[in-house]
Design a protein around this ligand. Structure first.
Ligand code: IPM
Ligand code: MG
Length: 366
C-alpha cells in the first residue's frame, strides 16, 4: 500500500517527537512492505517565522493532497503577545477546519507499568480505559462574533459558543459507533444547567442515542465530570463533549496515563469515497518550550498517533497493533523519558529506537 503522509513537526518538542514517530512509521513500512512517501511542511510558529502565516497556503495544499497528516505541536513564547491571526495556535485551528476533522479521539489508558507515574492512587487508576471524543471544529474556538474592541473602561472581549444540530449529530454518531466497539457506554458532558448551547447539545445527543439502543447513554455536567475523572475514572468508557470542555478534560485525564506525553490523538472527518477517514494525527501535549531541543520529550504520544493513523486512515489493523504492542513492551522495559520516572531515564531518541527495535523483534514479515 502507498502511504502518502504530510509531516508537520511544528514548534518546540514537536520537532523531536515527530522525528521518532517518522522513524517508527518507516520501520512499519519496511517491515510490512508498504511504500512510504513523507512530505514535510510548515505549521505554527516556525511557519510564521518563515512565511508570515501560521498556516501557509503551501501547507494547506499539501494537507489536502496527503492521505493523512501527522503533526507535532504548535506554540512558541515569542508569539505570546502577537495578535490572534499571528499566533501559532491559529495555524492548528485552521488546519483542523480545512480538513474538517470534527471528531478528535483521545484515548486514555492506565498502563500497568506506569501506575506509579500517576500521582493518583494505584488502585484508583488501575484498569482505567476511556476515550474522549472531543468536537473539534465548532464551539467557542470558532464561533463568531469574536474579538476585543473599545478602549479604557469600555474595552470588551467577546467569544461565541455556537453549535448547530448537524454539528452535534455527526460527532455524536462517531461516539456511539466507537462505543459499540468498546464497553457500549457513552457519557455526554455539558453545562446544560446554565448554557442554552448545552441544552441543545444534550437534547440532540439523547435523540441520536435513541438509534443506538445497545449503547448506554448518560449525561454529566462538566464540573462534575472533572471531579469524577479523578474520583472514579473507571466509570467512563466513551466521553463525548464539545470543543473547549474536551480540551480541558483531556489534559486532566492525562493524569491517569501517568503523563500527558503518553496521549495520542486522531482527528477525523467524514470518510473519503475509498472508505478511509480523512485524518489529522497529533499528540495531545503542547510544544513544551521549556524542554525543547534537549532530547527529553516523551515521543510515545506521537508514536501512538502513528498507530491511530495506521488504523483509521489506512485500515492497517495489524500494523497499528504492532506499534501499540511495541509501545507497551518499551514501557514494561522501563526505558522511559523523565516525565514518567524521576530516575533511570531514557532520551527521546532512545525511546524511539527502542520502539523500532521492539517492532522488528515482534513482527514476522509477510
Ligand atoms: C490541544 C491544544 C490546542 C487546543 C491548542 C494548542 C490550540 O491544547 O490540542 O489540546 O486547544 O485545541
Ligand atoms: Mg489542549
Amino acid at each position: 500500500m502507498e502511504l502518502k503522509i504530510l509531516l508537520l513537526p511544528g514548534d518546540g518538542i514537536g520537532v523531536e517527537v515527530t522525528r521518532e514517530a517518522e522513524k517508527v512509521l518507516a520501520r512499519v513500512a519496511s517491515t510490512y512492505g508498504h511504500r512510504l512517501s513523507v512530505t514535510k511542511g510548515l505549521l505554527g510558529g516556525i511557519a510564521i517565522r518563515e512565511t508570515g502565516s501560521p498556516f501557509p497556503d503551501a501547507t494547506r495544499k499539501l494537507a489536502l493532497q496527503a492521505d493523512a497528516t501527522l503533526m507535532g505541536a504548535v506554540g512558541l513564547p515569542e508569539f505570546d503577545n502577537a495578535p490572534p491571526e499571528k499566533r501559532p495556535e491559529r495555524g492548528l485551528l485552521a488546519i483542523r477546519q480545512t480538513l474538517q476533522v470534527y471528531a478528535n479521539l483521545r484515548p486514555v489508558r492506565a498502563y500497568r507499568a506506569l501506575l506509579d507515574s500517576s500521582p493518583l492512587k494505584n488502585q484508583l487508576v488501575e484498569g482505567s480505559d476511556l476515550i474522549i471524543v472531543r468536537e473539534l471544529t465548532g464551539g467557542l474556538y470558532y464561533g463568531t462574533p469574536r474579538g476585543i474592541s473599545g478602549h479604557g473602561i469600555e474595552e470588551r472581549a467577546v467569544n461565541t459558543m455556537v453549535y448547530t444540530r448537524a454539528e452535534i449529530e455527526r460527532v455524536a454518531h462517531v461516539a456511539f459507533q466507537l462505543a459499540r466497539k468498546r464497553k457500549k457506554k457513552v457519557t455526554s458532558i455539558d453545562k446544560s444547567n446554565v448554557l442554552e448551547n448545552s441544552q441543545l447539545w444534550r437534547r440532540v445527543v439523547t435523540e441520536i442515542g435513541a438509534s443506538y439502543p445497545d449503547v448506554k447513554l448518560d449525561h454529566l455536567l462538566v464540573d462534575n465530570c472533572a471531579m469524577q475523572l479523578v474520583l472514579n475514572p473507571k466509570r467512563f468508557d466513551v466521553i463525548l463533549t464539545e470543543n473547549l470542555f474536551g480540551d480541558i478534560l483531556s489534559d486532566e485525564a492525562a493524569v491517569l496515563a501517568g503523563s500527558i506525553g503518553m496521549l495520542p490523538s486522531a482527528s477525523i472527518g467524514d470518510r473519503r469515497p475509498s472508505g478511509a477517514w480523512v485524518g489529522l494525527y497529533e499528540p495531545v501535549h503542547g510544544s513544551a518550550p521549556d524542554i525543547a531541543g534537549q532530547n527529553k520529550a516523551n515521543p510515545l504520544g506521537a508514536i501512538g498517533s502513528v498507530a491511530a493513523m495506521l488504523e483509521y486512515t489506512f485500515g492497517l489493523i495489524d500494523e497499528a497493533k504492532s506499534v501499540t504492542n511495541a509501545i507497551e513492551e518499551v514501557l514494561d522495559s522501563g526505558q522511559v523519558t523523565a516525565d514518567l520516572k524521576p530516575v533511570a531515564v531514557a532520551t527521546t531518541t532512545e525511546v524511539g529506537d527502542a520502539v523500532c527495535a521492539a517492532l522488528s523483534r515482534r513482527v514476522v514479515p509477510a
